[in-house]
Design a protein around this ligand. Structure first.
Ligand code: HEM
Length: 160
């Protein structure tokens, strides 16, 4: 049920944007860092994730789970776990209102050399939910982070 609610939330978020907004977001994504999606974080979100230490631990664990997940293991098998966890932590820290700056490639650049489907995207979201559950992050806070990640789907998903 929880999963259904989240997937519905993500789909609604994906559909909600007006064409004009979607267009300007696409333009922004092409020229700005991946963390510059124009959605403000909910108040207190960074602290709810335990600040930089909490986010770093969450992402370390998330990457371990991605590599172990039967749906995603193949895609992440060559990934440098330490670097990926650091990049994700910087991105989530910045997105959630923390004092970090994500300096990595845009989401389009980072994923253009691989095939990423909607099923892959949904599987990754599920693994992130399991990782957040394992750290006791409240459901509302989980959804507030997912809402910030949702607009990235159009830059990450590149196959049907
Ligand atoms: C909201 C969803 C996602 C976000 C925020 C995200 C974020 C990132 C970030 C920040 C990087 C590191 C870029 C770099 O420093 O080079 C990365 C790399 C990568 N992502 Fe994603 N990603 C998402 C979805 C996905 C999905 C669905 C897949 C596919 C199954 C995927 C597969 C990968 C792979 C294989 C790498 C390269 C890792 C490496 O070689 O070190 N990502 N992603």
């Amino acid at each position: 049920m929880k999963q259904l609610i989240t997937l519905c939330t993500l789909s609604l978020l994906a559909l909600a944007g007006t064409p004009a907004l979607a267009q300007s977001m696409d333009k922004m994504a092409a020229v700005t860092p991946a963390s510059a999606y124009p959605v403000a974080p909910a108040a207190g979100l960074f602290d709810a994730f335990g600040g930089q230490t909490g986010i770093r631990s969450l992402m370390n664990d998330f990457v371990v789970r991605l590599k172990a997940d039967p749906r995603l293991a193949e895609a992440f098998k060559e990934a440098n776990a330490a670097n990926l966890a650091k990049q994700l932590a910087d991105q989530v820290c910045q997105l959630s209102g923390g004092p970090c700056v994500y300096n990595g490639p845009t989401m389009k650049e980072a994923h253009s050399s691989m095939d990423v489907s909607r099923a892959d995207f949904n599987a990754l979201v599920e693994v992130l939910q399991v990782s957040m559950d394992a750290r006791g992050i409240p459901f509302t806070r989980q959804n507030q982070l997912l809402a910030l990640l949702a607009p990235m789907h159009r830059d990450v998903i590149n196959v049907r």
